[in-house]
Ligand binder design. Sequence first.
Ligand SMILES: *Cc1c(COP(=O)(O)O)cnc(C)c1O
Length: 409
Amino acid sequence: MTDMPLLQADSSISCAISGPATQCANRDAIYLDYAATTPVDPAVARTMNDFLTVDGAFGNPASATHAFGHAASEAVGSARQEVASLLFSQPEEIIWTSGATEAINLALKGAALARQECGDHIVTSALEHRAVLDSTAWLETQGFATTHVKPDGTGTITAENLSKALRPSTIVVSLMHVNNETGTVTDIAALEPLVRQCGALLHVDAVQGAARLSMEDIAAADMISISAHKMYGPKGVGALRVRGRLRAELVPQIHGGGQELGLRSGTLPTHQIAGMGHAARLVRQRRTTDAKHVRALDRRLCAHVDRIEGVEVNGDRQHRVPGILSVSFAGVEAEALMVALGGVAISSGSACTSAEIEPSHVLLALGYDTDRALSSVRFSFGRFTTAREIDRAGQLVRKTVTALRRIGR
Ligand SMILES: *Cc1c(COP(=O)(O)O)cnc(C)c1O
């Protein structure tokens, strides 16, 4: 069994032979793994180029003594405004990080350490990304306790189940907006008052929702983590939105030059930040167009999938964002399916766990058995996916599933 989808292995081999990475892209390959990472919008890539070379604004945004620094600082300021607008926030509430993993670490560790006098209890769910689960696991080694709220059968975190998990000693609650494996949407607006009543801080992992849904519903959260590379921006940059006074409380996790109100030291990567800002603007401008496009593709893919026997949608078909679809094919190993598909890039769970053969912790948390989890694949798509690609992928999946079942029999 290979650790990586064949597509990746193939392209790296042809890379080594044929030279520049730009020649690697297989023209016939179909990319349906947008939940792992999105391509950078070409307009965003052009913007980023303006902040690198000697004829661009390459200066250190912290250099207050010359125009090179001012130009970079100005670009960072506009990007901060763009990301704040996306999150229905104020620019000063945005803290740049290296991605959502770092934002989540800062949010959870920073808030737990800040509030340890008030309690030692953290609440999250079993459906979270590893960045959340492993940050809270680390906090447990520091004397904190974690409760994982159980989702209902559809993968939804209900008010009832959250209430049962909350205690007077709860200081931080972390929930995701849109699940990266099933696309299930959590009704943050309905849960937020419960967290507030309890006196705890609410952090929302909004990575997968940022490019797909309005962030207005989650704006009441104290902290929000997002990542540029899941919203048509570059990898290696993200942001933590920290509300009002909490900024003075949060305990920094990286120490140094005191950038970002001392909450995240380190020279700001102007090109990355400008890229994320531009990506955030495009997401807002194109929200309706992108959503309509993805909804149509989603219906199309569902129609293909529904023609295959022994298929089940994981999570909840209804309370799901279009563009993330997890399905299980009874009796078909996901790893075998992905290898046989070759030119269709999909995932058997989150990309972060695809190097392990362990079944997805999300699917197990939904109450599915190991067999179902190991026969599940995730299709995710977006702005640059075409109807033709969905049709070709749908036909190929159907053909391959049928063939694998015939061999298996
Ligand atoms: C990708 C992802 C992350 C991690 O983001 P990075 O910027 O890659 O560190 C966190 N949460 C969810 C839901 C994700 O999909």
